[in-house]
Design a protein around this ligand. Structure first.
Ligand SMILES: Nc1ncnc2c1ncn2[C@@H]1O[C@H](COP(=O)(O)OP(=O)(O)O)[C@@H](O)[C@H]1O
Ligand SMILES: [Mg+2]
Length: 360
């Protein structure tokens, strides 16, 4: 009886801590070679060598959990919700995963070694890259917010092309995934940007996966497909764009009454984005809108507008940049929040060939 009560209590605790809902069916993932390559990720097929049967591994994959890290990123409660997985099985799976991937402490030196996998994507503008400490970082979420016409969508397009080119910093190039919530994705812009870098237009477009999201739920479900794709083509995808992250949430949840539900759903989605970025070593770039801050008129703020999404958004983005309009094609980017970058500014330009340095 005592253990049962304990278990119940533990489950309740998980209930509160775990904001995740069960993930929906993921893409049909074809049979893969078993990878032991640390530089990308460890496939859950590896669990076969640790006494987990193929059927159970298949069950995990059916809900978009395809890597050892992916298992460790889920609470036991969430795993128990997977159809056909008992608590005992979940224990065994967790144990095996912990053996394969250190689920505990590392020294800072070991962690520093792991961080060497992090790469940086060029934005198309050297000045903007410099502002970002060498480009847009993988394994984290970068958010750009600003009023309309400040270049958020142009930057999204440019990154889809620049991510395909090998960088001078040892970066090897890869594919991009674009989730469009505002119907502003234009393949023709990718053609223009490809021309600027003398790349084959067809090849460039072929390397960008596109999905239009119509509801915030749909946007969330697409992330399971993203995980499936990244798993299918291991180490190939380098960039995930969500343009814009909040637009559908704004429509689907209205008024104060639905605010807490909206923020809860938003938190789940951002948590999933963060996990995907770490699991598959992706740079995640999200754009965000701004709104007037009703409290600001009283406080004499210079710029009374602020990004939407509140604290949840603020905490989820690793690096936040604010964009504003300059003269003509010139735009100004400012680091708004970052764990390791100073608060400084850079100017860039929006050109036919995408984001570029501004001419003096
Ligand atoms: N082909 C192009 N050549 C040059 N500038 C362009 C081109 N297409 C769009 N722009 C410029 O990009 C700006 C819009 O940027 P966009 O990224 O769509 O803004 P938002 O921040 O609203 O997403 C406009 O000022 C527009 O003039
Ligand atoms: Mg836009």
């Amino acid at each position: 009886m005592a253990t049962k009560a304990k278990k119940q209590k533990a489950a309740q605790r998980e209930d509160r801590e775990d904001a995740e809902t069960t993930v929906s069916e993921c893409h049909d993932v074809s049979a893969l070679e078993i990878e032991e390559d640390e530089s990308c990720f460890q496939d859950i097929d590896l669990l076969q060598n640790h006494g987990i049967n193929v059927a159970d591994i298949k069950k995990l994959k059916s809900v978009g959990i395809c890597t050892v890290k992916g298992v460790l990123m889920c609470t036991k409660k969430k795993l128990c919700n997977v159809k056909g997985l008992s608590e005992v099985k979940v224990e065994k799976i967790k144990e095996a995963c912990q053996k394969l991937e250190s689920g505990g402490f590392l020294t800072a030196l070991q962690f520093s070694d792991k961080r060497k996998m992090v790469f940086r994507l060029s934005t198309g503008s050297k000045e903007l890259d410099k502002l970002l400490g060498g480009g847009m970082e993988s394994m984290s979420i970068t958010e750009a917010f600003g009023e309309f016409r400040t270049g958020k969508t142009q930057l999204s397009h440019t990154l889809c092309v620049t991510c395909q080119m090998p960088g001078s910093n040892g970066y090897s190039g890869g594919k991009a995934i674009f989730i469009d919530t505002e119907n502003t994705f234009r393949p023709d812009r990718l053609r223009d940007i490809a021309d600027r870098f003398s790349l084959d237009q067809g090849a460039v477009l072929d390397n960008v996966l596109y999905a239009r999201a119509y509801t915030s739920e749909h946007q969330f479900e697409l992330l399971d497909l993203v995980a499936g794709k990244c798993h299918e083509e291991a180490g190939i995808y380098k960039l995930l764009v969500v343009d814009s992250i909040m637009a559908l949430f704004r429509v689907d949840f209205s008024g104060r009454g639905e605010l807490s539900e909206r923020q809860q759903k938003l938190a789940q989605m951002l948590s999933r984005l963060q996990k995907i970025s770490e699991e598959y070593n992706l740079a995640v770039f999200v754009t965000n809108q701004m709104t007037a801050d009703p409290g600001a008129t009283m406080s004499f703020q210079v710029d009374p507008k602020k990004p939407i999404g509140g604290n949840i958004m603020a905490h989820a983005s690793t690096t936040r940049i604010s964009l504003r309009k300059g003269r003509g094609e010139v735009r100004i980017a400012k680091i708004y929040d970052s764990p390791d970058l100073p608060e400084s500014e850079a100017t860039f330009a929006i050109t036919l060939g995408g984001v570029d340095d501004a001419k003096e």
